[in-house]
Write a protein that binds this ligand. Structure first.
Ligand code: CUA
Length: 412
């Protein structure tokens, strides 16, 4: 008897632990979980999921009970008669056709409703963000503000945001698990995805991913999303729209940006998510390649003005744009205008600091498999072009790279 009690107690403990694990799986402590109610989109999806789980569980219990009942009731007994054949029982056949049909219709109603709601056209006053997929980084444009940025999105709470999704090369898929969504970026077609971060949401730093295999650095194609107060968003957006705040005036007159805008540029950058408040789940943990190094003293000796001059007459400007630097108008790579306000480089792969920038410029092909940014450091081997970098091929020395890093870090 005592043995039976002990057995029961252990069963209770085991059940409690199992339920705790099951409940834990839905906790918001999991930073990339989709089971959240942070936006209208994922509230709708999670509500649908809860409904389907509830009805599915009911059906499962009903079917299992009937099964167990039939197995026990009609089991073979010694000396029992042969079972009566039920083939051609019209009532039974109608019942087992009708019941699943009714269940499917009942389940289809909330399903179809949610599909129509999430596929509808966004409200006309929604904040528009153009998402452009590249191998392997994200270009984000805010046409309303004239902003072009990369790999980081700021979203004002309480305002619907309408993402228009396109790609310049292969298929990608845009996904912010915590906010809901996931939609493909397809060549020759613009897909849309809209959602509204809750107005009472905390200021969050979230992970975004590419969710469609797109080549060797698919897993390295990440981005960050910050849900911020509307006034913080305005401050960020107004600042991002302006030319970079660089302490030294640009030598050549820039016809696009009027001198007034340079003069009126603020001393301090607008709002951006405070670096010291970044949660652990958005801080990159990618390990550095073993055969790539940069001397600390050389890095510290970098000079921003020399760097601007070097940057402006080297291959950098062929791919990158810096608003306010008339030499830098490239569109193949990320726009670097306010690079120093971003927290990561290389599509969320590394922290945006001097060391990672220097290593990235020195040999991006070692830092990120398949990187289309060529190696620049003299003596480095470009793993994509399969050539050695030399001065004649436009390579740079470590002190020169340190200067460019200093310039990039001044682009606030
Ligand atoms: Cu882009 Cu996977």
């Amino acid at each position: 008897m005592a043995w039976l009690f002990r057995q029961r107690r252990w069963n209770t403990v085991a059940l409690t632990v199992a339920l705790a694990f099951a409940a834990g799986a839905c906790s918001t402590e999991y930073p990339n979980s989709t089971f959240n109610h942070t936006s209208d989109f994922n509230t709708a999806i999670d509500g649908l999921w809860d409904k389907l789980l509830f009805w599915g569980t009911l059906v499962f219990i009903g079917v299992e009970l009937a099964l167990v009942y039939v197995i026990v009731k009609f089991r073979r007994r010694p000396g029992g008669a042969d079972p009566k054949p039920v083939h051609g029982n019209t009532v039974l056949e109608i019942l087992w056709t009708a019941i699943p049909a009714v269940i499917l219709i009942v389940i289809a109603i909330p399903n179809v409703r949610t599909i129509f709601a999430t596929q509808a056209t966004a409200a006309p006053d929604a904040l528009q963000i153009e998402v452009i997929g590249h191998q392997w980084w994200w270009e984000f444009r805010y046409p309303e503000y004239g902003i072009s940025t990369a790999n980081e999105i700021y979203l004002p709470k309480g305002r619907t945001v309408n993402f228009s999704l396109t790609t310049v090369d292969v298929l990608h898929s845009f996904w912010i698990p915590q906010l809901g969504g996931k939609r493909d970026l397809i060549t020759n077609r613009t897909n849309y995805l809209w959602l509204t971060p809750n107005a009472d949401l905390e200021t969050l730093a979230l992970n975004g991913f590419c969710a469609e295999f797109c080549g060797s650095s698919h897993a390295n194609m990440k981005f960050r999303v910050y849900t911020v107060e509307p006034e913080q968003f305005e401050s960020w957006a107004q600042h991002q729209a302006r030319p970079a705040v660089f302490p030294v005036p640009v030598a050549a007159p820039d016809s696009a940006a009027s001198p007034m805008s340079l003069v009126s540029a603020p001393e301090t950058p607008g709002y951006h998510f405070p670096r010291e408040q970044l949660p652990a789940h958005v801080i990159p943990t990618m390990r550095l390649p073993k055969d790539l190094s940069f001397d600390d003293a050389t890095l510290k000796a970098g000079d921003a003005e020399r760097g601007r001059e070097l940057y402006s007459r080297n291959s950098c400007i062929g791919c990158h744009a810096v608003k306010g630097n008339p030499m830098s108008m490239g569109v193949l790579g990320p726009n670097l205008t306010h690079l120093a306000t971003r927290h990561t480089i290389a599509a969320g792969l590394y922290s945006n600091d001097a060391r990672h920038l220097a290593l990235w410029i020195k040999n991006a092909t070692k830092m990120k498999p398949g990187s289309l940014m060529p190696a620049i450091g003299i003596g480095e081997r470009d793993l994509m072009l399969k050539t050695e970098v030399t001065a004649a091929r436009g390579g740079l020395t470590d002190p020169q790279i340190a200067d460019i890093v200093a310039y990039l870090q001044a682009l606030k």
